[in-house]
Ligand binder design. Structure first.
Ligand SMILES: Nc1ncnc2c1ncn2[C@@H]1O[C@H](COP(=O)(O)OP(=O)(O)O)[C@@H](O)[C@H]1O
Ligand SMILES: CC(=O)N[C@@H](CCC(=O)OP(=O)(O)O)C(=O)O
Length: 289
């Protein structure tokens, strides 16, 4: 058995723990899907800290699912191999050679790095992609993008089976198609939204590199309805990479996810701060109740 450091700095102070306990009880049995993007991954210390948070979530009875990205790691490998890559509306134009590199990097290097980090922190993790047990079946999103997938059928039973066994699923956003032998590259946010929707998750946490959705003055909007988000997209306050992210949030809520939070994954203990403190973290999007 490997030696494992089971100390969680975050719960080292009694004050924080007493604040956290009611929230931990409230979330017992909840399904929380966490999108961990390539830009949020950082160095080995940041990875270990993220893994520690996920393990703690599992220890207090939450069923976490990690859906990861890895755009920067794909870029590095494509550069090494001399393959050029372009993005259209935030999605990578993916030809045959590129989709092979995407699958190799995401399901190999990135997926196993996260699985290993969770194991090192005392959790149990199993890595899979959308291909495993047909978890995520796609069609081509747009002919202009090549092998970029749009999820059309989800089979999340394998995730529920892993929950029952106390195992944390770690999902790479690579999917199978309707035809034999098809492989699709799926945007990480899109995959996380589709998985959260299929599970009717209690929370979808989209970790990014800003503290949340900002208004015109640059202040983070802490609570929003889907209608607020639509208005901010329409008037241009939400732009660039935040558009697909917030659109993913809207679709997930439509599919039955109770709430979506967009938050800064570079902040230490970001997921725990969101789930287990009164003030939370980032921007919470949910329907008016
Ligand atoms: N209203 C907004 N609030 C916050 N960020 C915004 C907003 N509009 C555009 N953005 C941009 O969206 C970016 C996040 O999207 P993206 O870079 O695609 O994230 P990731 O790489 O984590 O998926 C922010 O860094 C910011 O530059
Ligand atoms: C279709 C598409 O764009 N797929 C992404 C998949 C990885 C991803 O989403 O990574 P981040 O979350 O780190 O950006 C890509 O090829 O980069």
């Amino acid at each position: 058995m490997k030696s494992r450091d089971m100390n969680h700095d975050w719960i080292a102070t009694a004050r924080t723990l007493s604040e956290a306990l009611p929230y931990m009880q409230r979330y017992a049995g909840a399904i929380v899907v966490v999108k961990f993007g390539g830009n949020a991954m950082g160095d080995d210390d940041a990875m270990a800290e993220f893994a520690r948070d996920i393990v703690l979530m599992r220890q207090v009875g939450i069923n976490p699912v990690v859906v990861h990205g890895g755009g920067p790691m794909i870029n590095d490998m494509l550069t090494k191999l001399g393959i050029k890559s372009d993005f259209v509306r935030g999605k990578r134009v993916t030809d045959k050679a590129t989709v092979q590199v995407v699958e190799m990097v995401l399901t190999g290097l990135v997926n196993k790095r996260i699985v290993q980090a969770i194991m090192d922190e005392g959790g149990r993790a199993v890595g899979l992609s959308g291909k495993d047990d047909d978890l995520m079946v796609c069609e081509a999103d747009d002919p202009e993008l090549g092998f970029v997938g749009r999820p059309v059928e989800m089979n999340p039973q394998v995730l529920r089976d892993l929950f029952k066994a106390g195992i944390i699923p770690v999902v790479a956003p690579v999917a199978t198609g309707m035809q034999p032998n098809e492989t699709f590259n799926v945007n990480g946010d899109t995959a996380a939204g589709a998985i959260a929707g299929a599970l009717k998750a209690d929370r979808l946490l989209l970790l990014t590199d800003v503290s949340g959705v900002k208004d015109r003055d640059g202040n983070v909007v802490t609570a929003m309805t889907p209608e607020d988000v639509e208005a901010m997209i329409a008037d241009g306050t939400i732009a660039g990479g935040m558009i697909p992210k917030t659109e993913t949030a809207l679709k997930a809520i439509e599919d039955g996810v109770r709430a979506v939070v967009i938050l800064d994954g570079r902040v230490p203990n970001a997921c725990l701060l969101e789930l287990f403190t009164e003030h939370g973290a980032g921007s919470l999007i949910r329907p008016v109740r």
